[in-house]
Design a binder for this molecule. Structure first.
Ligand SMILES: [Zn+2]
Length: 614
């Protein structure tokens, strides 16, 4: 029975925040009771920052002073979460609020001061011989808590130069960002979006959003083709400029790798997280061997869509028409039910998240777009959504819930210094939460079209979060190797690599379109964060591997899998990501781990074929 304060958003209508019942809004009193308490916390943080400078020059004295400094740093860190998020979460409720924005900026200024006031810490600690610090840790259990933090700091130090060298490198800092800044200017500030005339006679300007929407919704192939060609032509028109900017990225990466004594750019990129380069190489090699199910999916799409020629502009159009709406109240129950395989405690946490004011559900005037999970240390995770009742929104909720329970368990189990986790493991719980939800929904779906819609959602997320990202990583690796081997980097060369990648991954199941080879120019990650996207793929592979155990018909395997998975969540950032994952039974250097994705895709495509009767 719907209660009086039930709320469902009306399509195309933006409401004021006050029109939404309180139970769909987050309750920030767990962060700070009110602005008075926030003010007091802010003052307290300000004082902690001042007092921290007193530790300067004391670290070499021994275990006690080092421990005291670490603890003072933790106190600052823990308090800063609450001071930041109380202002920042309220700002996201309505970003037109200048008063709150001013407070948020006030915190940012305080953080800059905190950063300066503690910048002496790492160099001073690194000046003490590691053997000495190890001796202190062996003799002092409280300091021993910081062992991984200290060891990993010294590990990073292996490629730090002497003072003169570091000074020289710091001068380079000012132009390191030039290739990416220029790329951003060229693709945002200075871009001229192309206009196409559709078969209806209507003219459309292809902004990024319009372009995507057109490819996902326009069922007339000539329109999609026209949009695709016009959109990519805008990049081809400047392809030599893009190639030159990308060469700047590659040369910069190679300069830094060599200056710091790494053998390759990949070694330099992976050293911080202590990830062997074989992980990326294995990922690419095994994915290339496992493109069978990907091709099978596109063959199915070609048949179902009834297209004589099937090209890259046809891959985003849904196979099944679908406009079901999912009410938030209903979905909350489903998501809670879907995590039953992870045990009662986990399920209770999810129930608490739905009831306890952790989630800001609906869009309102002025609210930040998108979705996130905020790890508010000292309170609990908070989730911002713009829930619009679509299937995408439902899976986004399951995704953010995965992040949030990870945060909750990690914050509870770990000391502050390890409460956070790296991106290398972060997308495991979020994608695993989506996978469990998919299983649950498939189980309760009663008609073939319902199941087909769910299967297609799952398959598309594998093709876009896994295969496409591996192909991107493949491209980055090949491009970086060009400069490492003193080979020229031109638009022709980069186009050639990309064209060959499309052939290697899709074979002849997607018909070639000449202009697709320039796609590399429109991928901002290549320019902003080299060697980053492979982590989406490794997280996805880890999840696929973990799900094999969670879906096992053998009770022992399942119980074991759950226990290892929960300990991964509780481990936070207490060790290198590869170590944490291997304790959870995931070895990313092994081909089998990566193969788990291809076999999952194969299973899903098989099911989709039978649901569609093809
Ligand atoms: Zn995520």
């Amino acid at each position: 029975m719907p209660s009086v304060d039930t709320f469902r958003p009306e399509q195309g209508k933006l409401v004021a925040r006050t029109a939404i019942p309180a139970r769909y809004k987050w309750d920030l009193t767990a962060v700070c009771r009110d602005w008075d308490e926030w003010n007091a916390s802010y003052q307290q943080l300000d004082q902690l920052i001042d007092r921290f400078t007193a530790f300067q020059g004391t670290l070499a004295r021994g275990a006690d002073t080092l421990l005291a400094a670490f603890r003072a740093m933790d106190d600052m860190g823990a308090l800063s979460y609450r001071v930041w998020y109380f202002a920042s979460l309220q700002y996201d409720e309505d970003q037109r609020n200048n008063e709150i924005n001013a407070r948020r900026q006030q915190v940012q200024i305080l953080f800059a001061r905190q950063h300066q006031a503690s910048s002496w810490f790492n160099p001073e600690l690194l000046a003490v011989p590691l053997e000495t610090v190890r001796g202190w840790m062996d003799g002092n259990a409280d300091l021993g808590v910081y062992r991984f933090a200290i060891e990993s700091l010294f590990h990073e130090q292996e490629h730090v130069l002497d003072e003169a060298g570091e000074r020289l490198l710091s001068y380079a800092g000012r132009f390191n960002s030039v290739p990416n800044d220029s790329y951003a200017a060229l693709t945002t500030a200075d871009i001229k979006f192309p206009t196409v005339t559709l078969s209806s006679g209507e003219q459309t300007t292809l902004t990024y959003g319009q372009y995507r929407a057109l490819l996902e919704t326009n069922r007339h192939q000539p329109d999609r083709a026209a949009a695709y060609r016009a959109f990519h032509q805008a990049y081809r028109d400047n392809q030599n400029t893009y190639a030159s900017l990308y060469n700047g990225v590659l040369q910069r990466d190679w300069f830094h790798a060599r200056a710091r004594g790494y053998e390759t750019t990949l070694d330099a990129a992976l050293h911080g997280n202590n990830i062997p380069t074989s992980v990326v190489e294995n990922l690419i090699r095994v994915t290339r061997e496992g493109v069978g199910p990907l091709r099978r999916y596109h063959q199915l799409r070609r048949r179902v869509l009834g297209l004589d020629s099937y090209k890259l502009f046809d891959v985003s159009i849904p196979l099944v028409h679908h406009d079901e709406r999912y009410s938030y109240d209903e979905v909350g129950e489903w998501i809670t039910a879907s995590v039953a395989p992870l045990g009662r405690d986990y399920q209770a946490h999810v129930g608490e998240a739905f009831r306890g004011g952790w989630i800001d559900v609906f869009e309102n005037a002025g609210k930040r777009s998108g979705a996130y999970s905020a790890p508010v240390y000292g309170a609990h995770p908070y989730m911002l959504l713009n829930y619009n009742e679509t299937l995408d929104a439902v899976f986004t909720l399951a995704h953010e819930m995965g992040h949030s329970i990870h945060t909750l368990l990690s914050h509870r189990a770990q000391p502050f210094v390890y409460a956070g986790y790296t991106i290398f493991v972060a997308e495991v719980p979020s994608t695993l939460s989506e996978a469990l939800f998919l299983d649950f929904m498939l189980e309760r779906a009663t008609t073939a079209p319902q199941r087909a819609v769910l299967l297609q959602h799952a398959i598309d997320s594998i093709t876009s979060t896994f295969y496409t990202q591996v192909m991107f990583a493949d491209f980055e690796l090949q491009a970086h190797r060009l400069v490492e081997q003193d080979q020229p980097v031109t638009a022709d060369v980069l186009n050639g690599i990309y064209a060959q990648l499309l052939r290697d991954y899709y074979g002849d199941v997607i018909d070639e379109e000449e202009i697709s080879r320039v796609t590399w120019a429109r991928i901002p990650h290549f320019f902003s964060t080299p060697y980053y996207v492979y982590q989406y793929a490794t997280c996805f592979a880890s999840t696929a591997r973990l799900m094999q155990d969670l879906r096992s018909s053998d009770l022992g395997t399942r119980a074991n899998g759950v226990a290892r998975y929960l300990s991964l969540l509780q481990a936070g950032g207490s060790d290198y990501p590869m170590t944490l994952l291997s304790r959870a039974g995931v070895d990313l250097s092994q081909p089998d781990t990566v193969r788990a994705v291809a076999s999952e895709l194969d299973m899903l495509v098989g099911r989709l074929e039978s649901e569609l009767g093809r």
